[in-house]
Design a protein around this ligand. Structure first.
Ligand code: COA
Length: 170
């Protein structure tokens, strides 16, 4: 029997956008099992907690039985090995992503030669999308319709409202 191929799609997902979902959907049609792994300890100062980011991901992927949501801490390659996966899945949106992604892929290969990084290209509509841009636009009152799943948009608006209230109190 051929071996099942498990891929890890790591990232901060703060929050998950339609661009990420596009990559997850493409990935799940290529690999037997895709584990979307939320990075816990990053230099980034996330708006959503790890648990909130995982909840939103679970919400928008629950219809796919070969997609799992998890979290990881420490070196990505150690996590990939601990989950018996052999592929790191990453999205490349534009040439500007390339240098950083290339550097990470080569470093990860140096750390664990048997793990391959596979790059997928999202739909054109999401080429310039990023979680920070979406947060910035929403916080300034702009529309982010079509860039986030409705459930995530709702949570983002609620989070922004809560942050505004706590700012008003201090
Ligand atoms: N659609 C929309 N946006 C996308 C996207 C897509 N398809 N693909 C990436 N992005 C955006 C993200 O939203 C994020 O935006 P933000 O910066 O505004 O939040 C940005 O592109 C890049 O984020 P992401 O893909 O989540 O990567 P990251 O840089 O946050 O995470 C890790 C990188 C976690 C994978 C990497 O730091 C890591 O592996 N860390 C573990 C420690 C380790 O092993 N280090 C050595 C690595 S060689």
């Amino acid at each position: 029997m051929p071996e099942l191929v498990r891929a890890i799609y790591p990232g901060s997902f703060d929050p998950v956008t339609n661009g990420h979902i596009d990559i997850i959907e493409r990935g799940r049609s290529i690999f037997d099992h895709v584990i979307v792994a939320v990075a816990v300890n990053q230099d980034k100062d996330p708006m959503f907690t790890t648990e909130e980011r995982m909840e939103m991901l679970r919400d928008v992927t629950r219809q796919w039985d070969n997609v799992e949501i998890d979290r990881f801490d420490g070196l990505l390659v150690d996590y990939v090995s601990s989950r018996d996966a052999s592929v790191i899945l990453r999205g490349i949106r534009a040439v500007t992503d390339f240098d950083y992604e290339f550097q990470m892929a080569l470093m990860n290969r140096r750390l664990a030669g048997s793990i391959e990084t596979v790059f997928l290209v999202p739909a054109e509509a999401y080429e310039y999308l990023s979680s920070s841009l979406v947060k910035e636009v929403a916080s300034l009152g702009g529309t982010v319709r079509g860039l986030l799943p409705p459930s995530v948009e709702k949570r983002l608006n609620a989070k922004l409202e809560a942050l505004r209230c706590s700012d008003g109190e201090s």
